[in-house]
Design a protein around this ligand. Structure first.
Ligand SMILES: [Zn+2]
Length: 238
């Protein structure tokens, strides 16, 4: 099954599940009314939003500034390990709740469209997952987010521009020691040429969580210097 078909299959399974299992708010556990998803109205109102979209020089941009040639960056909400809202990421990523991922991505997309700072993006590129992780998880969470953002921004969804390099065991240990992602990615030359031929050079890099910024920076480092890069993540670790 291709990744598109798998995506649709998962959405169908999720819809069937809703018919048979009553749903609860992921944050406070309250029973959800029919037609309400993921969060009860009160927890939905209290999502710790970052407002980075309307804030030039925001902490995400500051974090990336010294690491990569990324001009603007934003995240939907603050990720705090001890906060119940961290469940949103866990449920999406490890619980395979793609509908939740789509819902959160649309919230982020709405803000990115209305703030106008991301309106000129040509292509949206998810940070690729290591093939083994993707195989185990069945999907790359960044693909889900990037697809929604691309559709809202009227940009091309370009999941093949950057790929993970396959490390040998020794290289993986060396990368661990450096505790960064340097050298983890490579550019797909054909996809790059296609974008360049189409005059597309404004790229939005997408990941699920912004922590130190080293993953986005490593992905950005394989793209040409004359590309204009921005970044978006669902959550930002404070
Ligand atoms: Zn709630």
């Amino acid at each position: 099954m291709g990744s598109g078909a798998r995506h649709i299959f998962r959405l169908c399974v999720a819809s069937l599940g809703d018919l048979f299992f009553p749903r609860e708010c992921l944050v406070c556990g309250a029973k959800l009314d029919i037609g309400t998803r993921h969060l009860c109205p009160s927890c939905a109102d209290d999502i710790p939003l970052t407002y980075f979209w309307s804030w030039e020089g925001n902490p995400a941009e500051q974090r990336l500034a010294g690491l990569a040639h990324v001009d603007s960056a934003c995240s939907l909400f603050f990720y705090r390990r001890d906060s119940d809202y961290s469940r949103l990421i866990h449920q999406f990523k490890y619980g395979g709740d793609i509908r939740l991922g789509v819902w959160l991505s649309r919230k982020l997309a709405e803000q990115m469209v209305s703030c106008g700072r991301f309106g000129d993006v040509d292509a949206v590129v998810p940070v690729p997952l290591h093939p083994l992780k993707k195989f185990k998880r069945g999907f790359n969470q960044s693909d889900v987010i990037a697809r929604e953002l691309a559709s809202a921004l009227g940009a091309r969804f370009e999941p093949r521009l950057i790929r993970r390099r396959r490390f040998t065991r020794t290289q993986t240990r060396a990368a661990d020691r450096r505790s960064n992602m340097a050298g983890a990615f490579a550019v797909n030359e054909k996809a790059l040429q296609r974008l360049q031929a189409a005059g597309m050079h404004r790229i939005l890099l997408v990941d699920d969580v912004l922590t130190t910024g080293s993953t986005i920076a490593a992905a950005a480092s394989v793209l040409p210097e004359d590309f204009r890069l921005s970044a978006a993540t669902l959550a930002c670790v404070e």
